[in-house]
Write a protein that binds this ligand. Structure first.
Ligand code: FES
Length: 236
């Protein structure tokens, strides 16, 4: 166990935990858009910045990928930290001016104007979709294209990815909900990734519950016969 102080509160964290995880468990709010406990931290959004003092040294770190240490003193709401977060949020809002999730955060953090030229993107480049596809699903259907201002997440060559099974995991983790999944006329559609797959019905209740691509993927992965996989979780 590791003892540290966060905002004056004594916190006992587990070895290997990040400052963000320890703070959350202690009920202390730190904004974090690119963090998800199921994937490795990537520290892309920079919103989780905190001030950390170890010994005589104080520095700013991203709390989602900074590990707790014995005796560490963390401050999550100093004026410098708040200023830094507001600047980061302003930059995100300039890139994506129409995201309600950012506007909500702006109210919490006290951002009332954006001083940078506005773009018209809707992706904050947190990379959660890319990392979830790779680390959780075990596929590489998504990746980054270009650099700097033009950087974006897309499928290889902007074409429907052969690897994508339309499982919807990327949609589930997207913190700004810009990867919608639609199910209509027996198909699951993810327009953002130019992908459509026929839905498979449960052989017991008849409810659509997975795509043909998911079924094929599971068959290859588990070696189980099709009839065993074509039963939904409720009927299993
Ligand atoms: S949550 Fe830490 S940088 Fe995004």
């Amino acid at each position: 166990m590791v003892k540290l102080t966060i905002d004056g509160k004594e916190v006992v964290a587990r070895e290997g935990q990040t400052v963000l995880e320890a703070a959350r468990e202690a009920g202390i709010f730190i904004p974090a858009l690119c963090y998800h406990h199921e994937v490795k931290p990537y520290a892309a959004c920079r919103l989780c910045m905190v001030e950390v003092t170890r010994g005589k040294r104080t520095r700013f770190v991203t709390s989602c990928d900074y590990k707790v240490a014995e005796g560490m003193v963390v401050r999550t709401d100093t004026e410098k930290v708040q200023k830094c977060r507001r600047m980061v949020l302003e930059l995100l809002m300039a890139r994506c001016p129409n995201l309600p999730q950012l506007q909500e955060l702006a109210q919490i953090l006290g951002v009332d104007r954006v001083r940078f030229p506005e773009g018209d993107d809707d992706c904050i480049l947190c990379g959660l979709c890319v990392r979830t596809c790779a680390e959780v699903v075990g596929l590489h259907a998504l990746g980054y294209e270009s650099r700097g201002f033009h950087r974006r997440v897309t499928t290889p060559f902007d074409e429907p990815s052969e690897e994508c099974i339309l499982c919807g995991a990327c949609s589930y983790v997207c913190p700004v909900e810009v990867v919608p999944v639609v199910e209509e006329d027996g198909y699951r559609v993810m327009e953002r990734w130019h992908k459509k797959s026929r839905l498979v019905a449960c052989t017991k209740c008849g409810k659509f519950f997975m795509t043909e691509d998911e079924l094929k993927f599971l068959q290859e992965k588990t070696g189980l016969p099709e009839e065993r996989l074509k039963v939904c979780a409720d009927c299993r």
